[in-house]
Design a protein around this ligand. Structure first.
Ligand code: NAD
Length: 459
């Protein structure tokens, strides 16, 4: 028997008998309780992430705690608009009927989270599930064990397991969970595991949200403000030690401004990190030895292929530390161009024409994020019109993730479905069509057989 069968049935029963009928006020009380717990335990969350991969206090605040609090506030404030019935116009042929879309919670959901923003990406989707009126089982990542414990404590302290529960563990536990017939699965992680999740969901035809990753490009136009671009890349690339789904995988720099851009990049690097020793105190670590080796191999193979390390490039295995690194001279055949780096490495490539840049971007699967630095709207538009991506930012990076009113997610290989705010709420909601007919004779009867006199009207 599936070890989670009992928990699953408890939630199914509780959903049908209680949660499905909860008022919006009750949903808001749950969100408020969640917010209160997070605010009272922020030091515990910070400490857990510092233990897991030396994530700095400031980064925990801006990328884990604040975005979740923001998501909760947004939901509390807007839930009454999101949950409103939507009345629809009636076409002539259906005269006399009334139509609307009502929002019903999908039911019991499974939320599977990754390790890179372990708190944010477990609790953020939970906020959407609660706002939508669902029950949920949350499965945090096993690779950040301290964050996993905090998430478990939060859920146990605030909720009854018949409504919201936390299951800990790795692949075997997630595999067991995936066997059950969920009403929705919200998965954040790699495209490879995303396809395992989708396959398991297809057995029951369960709807899925897949928040995945990809190879995110940056294009630097020859008209870009190079100093500004360099400074912004220092933040977007190295946040969370480069272990972010919207981080940069490669930078396409126009050949004509290459030297100037490199100079600005080195200046911005030195301003941000100072000496390497000081950067060590203010920089997260790679999450584990496997990923440390994988990222180190990417740098080593790039150097073997002829690329040049122009900043960083040092490693400390005892601590899973990789210095923020810039590598120049990558090309389309480089190993580093073919996989998601998920580490603090910024590879530079050059291009000569916009068509060439577009061709390089379109060589890979559609990315989760695409960034363009330019002063020309026409250039930005051209890139956008000839590529596809889950999200795009002009003249900055990463900020799209924290915008509460934008849908966040990928396209095809980088994701299916959207997160955040109303978009997240909708993933856990069934938009149910409701049509009400008048009693007695109606215009719709014109399409009933036998057609006789109405044949010409119908056909
Ligand atoms: P992952 O896919 O390895 O793991 C994610 C979750 O799936 C974990 O909870 C893990 O226990 C579970 N899992 C792993 N292998 C499994 C298997 N074989 N069967 C069932 N479950 C399994 O991802 P990760 O390494 O934790 O996170 C990094 C990836 O997540 C990157 O690709 C990154 O781009 C992506 N990501 C995407 C977003 C987004 O919002 N789009 C955000 C963060 C991370």
């Amino acid at each position: 028997m599936n070890p989670y069968q009992d928990l699953y049935h408890k939630q199914k029963t509780h959903f049908a008998t209680a949660v499905k009928h909860a008022t919006l006020w009750e949903r808001k009380q749950k969100l408020k309780a969640l917010k209160k717990w997070i605010k009272e335990h922020d030091e515990m969350i910070i400490s857990a992430l510092q233990k897991d991969f030396k994530k700095t206090r400031e980064e925990v605040m801006i990328s884990e705690i604040k975005p979740v609090i923001g998501e909760i506030r947004d939901a509390i404030h807007n839930i009454r608009y999101w949950a409103r019935d939507e009345y629809k116009k009636t076409p002539l042929a259906l005269l006399g009927t009334k139509a609307k879309v009502i929002k019903e919670p999908k039911g019991v959901a499974l939320i599977i989270a990754p390790w890179n923003f372990p708190f944010n990406l477990a609790i953020g989707p939970l906020v959407s599930a609660i706002a939508a009126g669902c029950c949920a089982v949350v499965k945090p990542s096993e690779h950040t064990p301290h964050a996993e414990k905090v998430i478990q404590q939060l859920i146990n302290d605030v909720f009854d397991e018949k409504e919201i529960a936390c299951v800990t563990g790795g692949v075997p536990e997630t595999t067991n969970l995936l066997e059950l017939n969920w009403d929705h699965i919200f998965f954040t992680g790699s495209p490879m595991v995303g396809s395992i999740v989708m396959k398991a969901a297809s057995k029951h035809l369960t709807s899925v949200t897949l928040e995945l990753g990809g190879l995110n490009p940056v294009v630097i136009d020859e008209r870009a403000n190079l100093k500004d671009a360099a400074r912004k890349l220092m933040w977007g690339k190295y946040l969370n030690c480069g272990q972010s789904c919207v981080s940069i995988n490669y930078v396409l720099v126009h050949q004509s401004i290459k030297e100037k851009f490199n100079t600005e990049l080195v200046k911005a690097y030195e301003k941000r990190f100072g000496t390497e020793a000081s950067s060590k105190n203010d920089f997260a670590r790679i999450v584990n030895t496997n990923h440390f080796e994988r990222v180190k191999n990417l740098v080593d193979s790039s150097v073997e292929e002829g690329a040049k390390v122009i900043k960083g490039g040092t490693f400390d295995e005892s601590d899973n530390y990789i210095a923020p690194t810039i590598i120049d001279g990558i090309n389309e055949d480089s190993a580093i161009f073919k996989e998601e780096i998920f580490g603090p490495i910024l590879p530079l490539m050059t291009y000569n024409t916009i068509d060439e840049a577009i061709k390089i971007i379109n060589k890979n699967e559609k990315p989760l994020a695409l960034y363009v630095f330019t002063r020309s709207n026409k250039f930005a538009k051209n890139i956008i019109n000839h590529t596809s991506a889950g999200t795009t930012v002009i003249n900055d990076t990463t900020l799209q993730f924290v915008h509460p009113n934008l849908p966040f997610g990928g396209v095809n290989h980088s994701g299916i479905g959207k997160a955040h705010g109303e978009y997240g709420y909708k993933e856990f909601t069934n938009e149910r069509a409701l049509l009400k007919q008048r009693r007695g004779l109606t215009s719709a009867m014109l399409i009933y057989p036998p057609f006789n006199g109405f044949k010409r009207f119908v056909v």
